[in-house]
Design a binder for this molecule. Structure first.
Ligand code: G3P
Length: 219
């Protein structure tokens, strides 16, 4: 399962990229707006920092306008992936973009039925929003499991990207479901690496090593 960061903050991206585990980045208009900067400058910096897929989201609602905006976003760099919303216009624009050789990510997906539509237009990525389904007292992980199973049974090649992940167990469960990609905020990425037994174990190893050095110096 590939791991993506869900952020538009370049410092967060640089920090996780140093770990050697970052395969891509997902952005959305809210995340870009949080940077309070020129969106093009923000996107370009991310596109050149990370080699993998970088999702940039369209904001036009009508199919032709969305397509034109999508072409502009896709042409920013070879690793750009154009996000289109799960709407009839998003499907129309997305199918046209894929047909013209651009990669798309169908976003704002909340049900297996929507995920089938994304696969049927040949999308490169589909993004079910797990946490937001849970927020509505639904079962996000159940929806993800169904989507992965349908894609497997039907032989769909669209990559399933588990989005709106809120904690490490969401990431673990997404892996068990068979998601191709998990995208998560910086805070969740940082939680993935932490375990108190790692800290305790390291402290003990270093303590024992230090006493050996001290014993050698005293001999
Ligand atoms: O970028 C899409 C998705 O991951 C958003 O997550 O936490 O705003 O529901 P969240």
């Amino acid at each position: 399962m590939r791991l993506f960061l869900d952020t538009a903050n370049i410092d967060e991206i640089r920090e996780i990229n140093r770990w050697g585990v970052l395969s891509g980045v997902t952005t959305n208009p809210s995340l870009v707006a949080k940077q309070n900067d020129d969106p093009e400058r923000v996107w370009k910096e991310i596109l050149s920092e990370v080699e993998g897929d970088i999702s940039l989201e369209t904001t036009e609602l009508e199919a032709d306008a969305m397509y034109e905006q999508g072409v502009g976003l896709a042409q920013m760099a070879p690793n750009a992936v154009v996000k289109v919303p799960m709407t009839p216009d998003g499907l129309t624009a997305g199918k046209r973009l894929m047909k013209d050789g651009f990669k798309i990510n169908v976003t704002l997906v909340f049900s297996p039925a929507q995920a089938i539509l994304a696969a049927e237009i040949g999308a490169y990525i589909v993004s079910p929003f797990i946490g937001r389904i849970d927020d509505m007292a639904g079962d996000g992980m159940h929806a993800l499991r169904q989507i992965c199973e349908i894609y497997e049974v039907q032989g769909y090649e669209t990559n399933v990207l588990a989005a709106s992940l809120r904690h490490p167990m969401h990431v673990v469960e997404a892996g068990l479901c068979g998601a191709d990609i998990a995208t998560m905020p910086f805070a969740v990425f940082k939680q993935l690496v932490k375990h108190p037994l790692t800290d305790i174990g390291l402290e003990k190893f270093l303590g024992d090593w230090k006493s050996l050095q001290e014993r050698k110096e005293g001999a």
